[in-house]
Design a protein around this ligand. Structure first.
Ligand SMILES: *[C@@H]1O[C@H](CO)[C@@H](O)[C@H](O)[C@H]1NC(C)=O
Ligand SMILES: *[C@@H]1O[C@H](CO)[C@@H](O)[C@H](O)[C@H]1NC(C)=O
Ligand SMILES: *[C@@H]1O[C@H](CO)[C@@H](O)[C@H](O)[C@H]1NC(C)=O
Ligand SMILES: *[C@@H]1O[C@H](CO)[C@@H](O)[C@H](O)[C@H]1NC(C)=O
Length: 397
């Protein structure tokens, strides 16, 4: 505890001034160790679209009420979709980046990683420009010799918006499946011809990636699922995990001052919410930033956040979770304090349904790794064993 108070005060003074005027990053910089190409990928889908049953939000009382009902122990409090889906045809344009390693003997590797970010971010989640050698998944992948394709999910970043409570898992899984098929045909990968594809996800992106294993079990060889857990049916997490959503502190964009919003905030309608409280954000994603470095990471990562669609939360996992036909390799990782595990992923992983309810094929391989000290955003953790776990795992795919 030496010089705790004076150090803390000095640190707070530095951080308060930085925190009081967030400047959101709008550029998508390519990593220094990659040869990267940006793509705009258009796909038209026909699908049965779930219809949102809740009146559009008028104010933040409506928002908080919905969140509270998500956490209610009585499921009848929480009905968000009508019982009649509609057939729709929609065109989506996806903004993606593909990078291959610039140098190194393994630059010829042809296992392509396809990364899907979670709610509250866009593709920059994977490619921190703050100390990339520490916090950028893309940088680490390229150093390890893996080409990587990462994209803004439909709805955010530079991809097509999905307005009016229509951001849903099913079209996103279909879009991902189409992109993976194209990647397998040699599209969107510069000069690389993929021999294997591994989906990589974070949080909601891990559920969408699991949707691939569930609906298209032969499309990929492996999956790296971060920020995910499959608690058993009696795990208390099934209730508390929902209340964990309140730490996202969702608030109507229109209710927040411009100075606290990303520069593209006015391109989202009321079905998109933004983190109302950056401290709650930091707690959920980074677990109690305390050192100057941890606060700097909290500050940086907050500056690359995006609004997120409430309909995506309400439909988490509805695109398919059980993957009995998937025979490849899976690595599941989460931070020790991830709220998806009710704040204790060691326990939720120990008793979880990953091999009893989700990946049940006799030929599947499931590995698990819990990152000590981390919250929901495992990439942004100092002294991170997760990267090693991921790249050790990938050697087995
Ligand atoms: C959507 O179209 C398919 C194929 O034409 C049909 O089988 C299905 O019943 C339709 N669903 C709805 C909700 O209309
Ligand atoms: C990649 O290149 C290195 C050195 O150039 C070589 O030793 C290795 O066998 C190659 N790997 C593949 C998969 O082609
Ligand atoms: C959004 O949905 C409402 C019904 O919930 C409808 O009246 C409105 O036209 C829709 N807006 C758009 C842009 O589709
Ligand atoms: C479910 O998980 C909890 C831990 O959250 C554990 O205490 C309980 O024994 C598990 N139940 C079963 C049937 O495995």
């Amino acid at each position: 505890m030496k010089s705790y108070s004076s150090g803390l005060i000095a640190t707070l003074a530095v951080c308060q001034s930085a925190l009081s005027s967030p400047t959101y990053q709008t550029t998508h910089e390519h990593p220094s160790n990659g040869i990267c190409t940006d793509y705009k990928i258009s796909n038209t889908l026909n699908f049965e679209e779930l219809q949102w049953a809740v009146p559009p939000f008028k104010n933040n009382y409506d928002v908080v009420d919905l969140y509270s009902r998500m956490a209610n122990r009585n499921p009848s409090e929480f009905i968000t979709f009508t019982s009649s889906p509609k057939n729709v045809t929609k065109t989506y344009e996806i903004a993606a980046t593909f990078c291959r390693p610039k140098k190194g003997t393994s630059g010829n590797d042809t296992t392509v990683l396809v990364a899907t970010h979670g709610a509250g971010f866009d593709k920059r989640y994977w490619a921190s420009t703050y100390k990339p050698e520490k916090y950028s998944f893309v940088y680490h992948a390229l150093e390890a010799g893996y080409p990587i394709f990462y994209y803004d999910r439909a709805g955010v970043g530079a991809s097509t918006r999905t307005p009016n409570y229509s951001a849903l898992p099913q079209p996103q899984i279909q879009l991902l499946a189409r992109m993976i098929s194209s990647i397998r045909e040699g599209k969107y990968t510069d000069s690389v011809k993929a021999s294997k594809v591994v989906v990589v996800g974070h949080s909601l992106g891990s559920f969408i990636s699991t949707g691939i294993l569930s609906n298209y079990p032969d499309l990929v060889e492996g999956a790296v699922l971060t920020g995910i857990a499959f608690p058993n049916m009696t795990d208390i997490t099934n209730i508390l995990g929902k209340s964990g959503l309140t730490t996202f502190g969702g608030r109507l964009i229109s209710s927040l001052p411009d100075s606290t919003l990303p520069s593209n905030a006015d391109t989202f309608d009321s079905s998109y919410l933004f983190f109302g409280d950056r401290y709650s954000y930091a707690q959920a994603f980074l677990h109690h930033p305390q050192t100057e470095e941890e606060m700097a990471v909290a500050d940086y990562s907050f500056r690359i956040t995006q609004p997120y669609a409430v309909s995506e939360f309400a439909s988490l996992g509805m695109g398919g979770v059980a993957s009995p036909d998937f025979k490849g390799k899976v690595l599941m990782t989460a931070g020790q304090y991830d709220l998806l595990c009710g704040g204790d992923c060691y326990t939720t992983y120990k008793y979880g349904m990953q091999t009893t309810g989700v990946f049940t094929n006799p030929d599947v391989t499931v590995k698990e790794f819990v990152q000590a000290g981390a919250g929901h955003g495992t990439l942004y953790q100092e002294d991170n064993g997760m990267y090693e776990a991921v790249f050790d795992f990938l050697k087995t795919v």
